[in-house]
Design a protein around this ligand. Structure first.
Ligand SMILES: *[C@@H]1O[C@H](CO)[C@@H](O)[C@H](O)[C@H]1NC(C)=O
Ligand SMILES: *[C@@H]1O[C@H](CO)[C@@H](O)[C@H](O)[C@H]1NC(C)=O
Ligand SMILES: *[C@@H]1O[C@H](CO)[C@@H](O)[C@H](O)[C@H]1NC(C)=O
Ligand SMILES: *[C@@H]1O[C@H](CO)[C@@H](O)[C@H](O)[C@H]1NC(C)=O
Ligand SMILES: *[C@@H]1O[C@H](CO)[C@@H](O)[C@H](O)[C@H]1NC(C)=O
Length: 784
């Protein structure tokens, strides 16, 4: 349990930076989808409440009723799970009379605190939900009638409200976790007005209420993240409720108040003790969850703060995979990691030795003395019964067991993630990871866990982590980055419906229903589909579509592991050139001035090479401080006459290359432009033919010998190139000076509008499916 000194943290920071820098190209999402893209393709639909301000605080995805239930500020909603939000129903649920005023009098904020923020929505029975809200710092609960399956009922009897203390926090911003099992509600929260009484609570049902003793050894300033029932075996007497939380670590005795992440558990059939621990948990134990990366000199960097937990449930309900997001945020650096835990490893820690400290001057160590029987943390069930000694309930446990449990809640062993390292690590990113859900997807070559990760800026990342061969290292592939909400807003909830292949993403501004995949977005060619490496998608011979295992179609091409289209698409139309290169372009530049050849790959992960063709030779463009290859294209900071030639922009990704653009660069010599201006000013009749309407070409070029593109649009582009990418107003000014007649001026105006429209549609066409990328210089110009 060695902690880092500040000095070594710096070193680790450098190490992590180096680590991520080397993999940076891979961390770039393969596809960026803007808010508009998502709406335009029906990938996402947003619900923001009936009054424009949802202040979402809880979500319950009810696949049985086919509904999404939402809780917000003084409000509850019921939505259909399909893509339309028609027929949504609302219940207004304010605090009880007088409570809002009382809350304000106590000095709380009227807007952000003195309202009923619904924090809990759990299925109570077939027809009713249990809803609990903060009730302006006076928690309250009520049943919501949602009707039988197939009905769309949504009513509440506002007079039939119960005290919600212990079931819901007072403070809308206090961390909180809950689960409802067998008619009983388990909560992890602070249960008092001041937010000091941190407890794990069990309420409702017929048994007496249970809680944790107030003791910092049990819970020390906990922040609860999740609660789940996970059975141990087929005997339900062994069912356990697991809590995931962070707390101040007692065992880290240097008084710095280190934060550790924990998994803690209680037996569902815990009834407390008979003489000691009356109505208090007698089976509570906890262990540290470790998520760290090995650093130089054997010092690990720990990600200690738990952000979110997702249980990936499988057919084996006893062994879900536990996915968790962790963060470490210090003044030195900010980093995030996703670790996945196996239940077997969690149980092993709980079956191992207890952590023990003999006295104030001793170190923490594994307890080596005799542990009383039944071992604390074990549930009363058949397996612990001995001849003549039955334990029907925890009330039958000897006092020695309860005393030991009370003084040894922490296990000595820590829980390490699968493969002993994170699945993915994100450092030096300008957003935070907040929420995670995972879908296990069948693909041609096996199963993949697709992670959907919500950030604090309203985006969702769709990520897979690949392990090649026996290697320990994972390759992280960000398939898509989706801007779910128009404005940056923290994502506070995520739920997945595998049945509907949809994701429900909640934030304070609303909830979005997002499809897990839209394979067409990746492109129209086999290679593009293959490069996408999306386990949901495969090439079916004609297009990129949803991959369904065991389907009759023989023709399915997919290569998640390598994304190698050369192998997968060998008999397919590998040449996507005709799809991508719309036309060969001509670009004019002036000698000694700068010019720019634009070429942006669809995928940010592709690398670009520039070739230049002169006479019959084709060679790679030599870049230096004069000729620079940028993310948007090739920049000539100073153009030489000998730069003239045909430039070919090729992208390469996973061994697959394609030509994206073929650009003829013409270098205009000398003061051509200046000469032009001079000539026009001298009163030369610039565009006689234009008046006659015979020529479509630009007036400014009237006296210049070819090459002049014949169609009317391109000359305008050329002027743009001549003037340089700096500013559009100069073009206007130039045209004003060159063109004399009003008629021409009008014409110029329509040209300008056409040009803008053309640019806009070209941009849309380019962005269609590939997201709104970093804007190119030309985009900036066209939208000024
Ligand atoms: C999106 O959905 C609407 C209504 O369901 C439909 O009219 C429209 O054609 C869809 N658009 C696309 C791009 O699928
Ligand atoms: C569900 O619980 C509510 C509240 O206790 C009760 O009124 C209702 O009858 C119950 N419904 C069923 C189907 O048990
Ligand atoms: C390949 O493309 C050509 C023309 O673009 C088309 O005629 C042919 O059917 C395509 N072949 C396949 C296998 O898609
Ligand atoms: C470009 O620069 C070179 C060297 O400085 C010079 O010889 C040449 O005349 C310049 N050309 C123009 C058009 O300014
Ligand atoms: C480059 O182009 C700009 C805009 O036309 C012009 O003002 C400048 O003098 C040119 N520079 C050179 C070196 O030709």
């Amino acid at each position: 349990m060695k902690e880092l000194s500040l000095l070594s943290q710096n070193m680790i920071l450098l190490f992590l930076l180096a680590m991520t820098a080397s993999a940076s190209k891979l961390n770039v999402p393969r596809l960026r989808l803007s808010y508009k893209d998502l709406l335009a393709t029906n990938r996402s639909a947003i619900f923001s409440g009936h009054h424009g301000l949802l202040s979402l605080t809880s979500v319950f995805l009810d696949e049985y009723h086919d509904r999404l239930f939402l809780g917000g500020k003084d409000v509850l909603y019921s939505l259909r799970l399909d893509h339309t939000h028609s027929d949504s129903k609302e219940i207004y649920w304010p605090p009880l009379p007088g409570n809002r005023e009382e809350c304000v009098l106590k000095g709380m904020d009227p807007q952000s605190e003195c309202a009923n923020f619904v924090r809990l929505l759990q299925p109570y029975n077939r027809t009713h939900l249990l809803a609990c809200g903060t009730g302006a710092f006076q928690p309250m609960c009520a049943f919501v009638n949602v009707g039988h399956r197939g009905e769309h009922v949504f009513t509440m009897d506002p007079t039939n409200v119960e005290n919600g203390r212990g079931k819901c926090p007072h403070d809308p911003s206090q961390p909180f976790a809950s689960t409802f099992i067998g008619g009983e509600l388990y909560t992890g929260l602070t249960a008092d007005f001041l937010g000091r009484d941190a407890v794990i609570f069990r309420s409702l049902g017929s048994r007496s209420t249970m809680r944790t003793e107030t003791d910092q050894r049990l819970l020390h300033d906990p922040k609860f993240v999740a609660a789940h029932l996970i059975p141990d075996n087929d005997d339900h007497d062994n069912d356990k409720v697991y809590f995931f939380f962070t707390e101040k670590a007692m065992e880290d005795g240097d008084g710095r108040g280190a934060i550790h992440s924990r998994v803690g558990r209680v037996c569902a059939n815990d009834a407390g003790g008979q003489r000691v621990l009356v109505n208090k948990w007698s089976t509570f134990i906890k262990a540290r969850l470790v998520c760290s990366v090995p650093g130089p000199h054997g010092i690990d960097t720990h990600f200690d703060e738990l952000e979110d937990v997702f249980l990936l449930r499988t057919k084996d309900e006893k062994n879900p995979d536990v996915y968790a997001i962790f963060s470490t945020i210090s003044n030195v650096f900010q980093g995030f990691a996703v670790c996945v835990y196996r239940m077997a490893d969690i149980r092993e820690a709980f079956n191992g030795p207890f952590a023990h400290k003999e006295g104030p001057d001793y170190q923490w160590a594994a307890y080596e003395g005799r542990v009383p029987y039944p071992r604390p943390g074990v549930c009363p069930s058949k397996i612990i019964n001995q001849p003549g000694r039955q334990f029907a309930s925890t009330k039958d446990f000897p006092d020695s067991v309860l005393q030991f449990a009370r003084s040894h809640p922490l296990m000595w062993r820590q829980v390490y993630p699968a493969m002993r390292q994170p699945l993915l690590v994100k450092t030096n990113v300008d957003y935070r990871l907040r929420q995670i859900v995972v879908d296990r997807v069948e693909a041609e070559d096996g199963q993949y866990d697709v992670m959907f990760i919500g950030t604090d800026i309203g985006t969702v990342l769709k990520v897979i982590a690949l392990r090649s061969g026996n290697s320990l290292d994972t390759e992280e592939v960000t398939l898509e980055e989706m801007q779910i909400f128009k404005v940056p807003t923290p994502i506070t909830s995520m739920d997945i419906s595998v049945k509907r292949q949809a994701l429900y993403v909640g934030s304070p501004v609303g909830v979005a229903q997002v499809r897990l995949h839209r394979c067409e977005t990746y492109g129209k060619a086999c290679a593009e589909c293959c490069l996408a490496r999306d386990p949901y998608c495969a090439w079916d011979g004609t297009s990129c579509t949803r991959y369904t295992p065991h389907s009759k179609r023989r023709y399915r091409r997919q290569d998640i592991l390598h994304g190698n289209p050369a192998l997968q698409c060998v008999d397919q139309n590998l040449s996507v050139e005709e799809l991508d290169v719309s036309e060969d372009r001509v670009v004019y530049g002036t000698e000694n001035n700068s010019t720019f050849l634009e070429c942006v790959p669809r995928s940010p992960q592709a690398t670009i090479t520039w070739l230049v063709q002169r006479d019959d030779r084709k060679e790679e463009v030599k870049t230096d401080e004069r000729v620079m290859s940028t993310e948007q294209g090739l920049l000539f900071r100073r153009l030489f006459r000998q730069d003239e030639g045909v430039y070919v922009c090729r992208s390469r990704e996973h061994g697959f290359s394609q030509t994206l653009a073929r650009i003829s660069l013409e270098v205009l010599q000398g003061e051509t432009l200046g000469e032009l201006l001079a000539r026009e000013e001298a009163g030369a009749e610039p565009t006689g033919k234009d008046r006659a309407g015979h020529r479509a070409g630009p007036p400014c070029y009237g006296h210049r010998s070819p090459p002049i593109p014949s169609h009317s649009r391109s000359w305008f582009k050329d002027i743009m190139q001549l003037i340089g990418p700096s500013n559009l107003p100069h073009v206007e000014e130039y045209c004003e000076r060159v063109w004399c007649s009003d008629k021409l001026r009008r014409k110029h105006k329509t040209m300008m509008d056409k040009y803008r429209l053309a640019q806009e549609s070209a941009r849309k066409a380019r962005n269609k499916g590939s997201g709104e990328r970093n804007r190119t210089p030309r985009d900036l110009r066209s939208s000024k």
